[in-house]
Design a protein around this ligand. Sequence first.
Ligand code: GAR
Length: 186
Amino acid sequence: MKKLAIFASGNGSNFEALAAACAEGRIDAEVALCVCDKAGAYVIERAAKYGVEVLVFNPKEYGSKAEYERLVADRMDTLGIDLVCLAGYMRIVGDELLGRYGGKIVNIHPSLLPAFVGAHAIQDAFDYGVKVFGVTIHYVDQTLDGGKIISQVAVPYEGGDVEELEAMIHKAEHRLYVDTVNKLIE
Ligand code: GAR
């Protein structure tokens, strides 16, 4: 069975969507590792619920990005990770991880890329007056939310409630991530 590593920095609803799909057999893979760069992030509790090993690190305790990425890549090598899914991992991936897992790292982003990169894509698009929002899953390169697009879904919304919009986009994310991971591991 294929093994996934999921990287997250916060809430972890996309982590849970993938972990639940694996646990219920909707994805024919196992979530073997959760990588988190923030102690106390809610995703750590979610991982515990699914019995998933968590590797938590504090980037500030390392001299360089290469140092902590080496630690992460070494653990992924040991576990035999096939696919790395970034799910709200709010860091640029560096040379060490890209060198060792390049082409096997994907990210989800809550906009129709290349529009609205960054950490506040939904709010930024809403403030801009966008009427068709969306979600993108793409291969990861060394740029912010950059890399070849794998899949997208549009989320039309003309209302004025950003919280309602966020809920719609997260729902679309969970569905698209499960479908896309299924295609990628085939
Ligand atoms: C998701 O909306 C994801 O697309 C976004 O962070 C959120 C994490 O939510 N990622 C980015 O903005 C990447 N630039 P979650 O922790 O509930 O999965």
